[in-house]
Design a protein around this ligand. Sequence first.
Ligand code: 8IG
Length: 272
Amino acid sequence: MTNPYELAQLAANELREKSGVDRYDVAVVLGSGWREGAAALGTPASVVPTTSLSGFVAPTVAGHSGQILSLNLGGLLIGLVAGRVHLYEGNTADQVVHPVRTMILAGAKKVVLTNACGGLDLVIRPGNVALIRDHLNLTATSPLEGAAPPEGFASRFVDLTDLYSARLRGAVHAAVPDLHEGVYAGFRGPHYETPAEIEMARAMGATLVGMSTVLEAIAARHLEAEVLGLSLVSNFAAGVSTSPLNHLEVLEAGQSAAASLGALLAHVLSVL
Ligand code: 8IG
């Protein structure tokens, strides 16, 4: 049985061979809503289906196969991971973080994690994007559980003080005015929270809630990558808004956001 690190190294070698890209600078994991926006980054130089790479599990969302798209953005080599997988699909923490480990072992020293989430703060409205400043891992698991990482990898007792890189956040704030920052609470899902759970998350300091990102951030930091988190707020979390947005407003917020997400992503990538 190969360990998760050897499996990711194997997948990284396969990816380099199949994509023809011998190193990556930045990996971007595309969450819901971001895939459409990423099309604005340009035509990928190569598209590798994740089914052809060791250790990748297929997303269970209908019609969305996993792909790694390689792009050269003004000399910056970007690997876009489309088709994130989650704990709630029945995957282990190691399976959830395998794409991130693979991209880092293929050379990426920076990892951008994008997602769609619920918002707890009335000031961060549906359609807004927030930078993740910190997180609460409420999944009750870690990608570093289990056997110790093999020789050559950092200890599993990772310092998460600067998990969402202050340096990268500073660069993005300088380039993109008016971006919010939030604390992302990662739940297992797939159900949304009860209003009481959202009040619990608020009391703990959360302003954003979702079902992804936290495990990937931990695994990326363990492999010594710099992490940036971008959350598209898609809805107010349970019980937050007394006058819930109607469905049409939510759809409109999502659509107008999708149009600008690609431009935002391109701008962010150019300053990292
Ligand atoms: I979009 O309100 C989206 N994803 N946990 N809660 C959780 N995940 C989400 C939510 C939400 N909205």
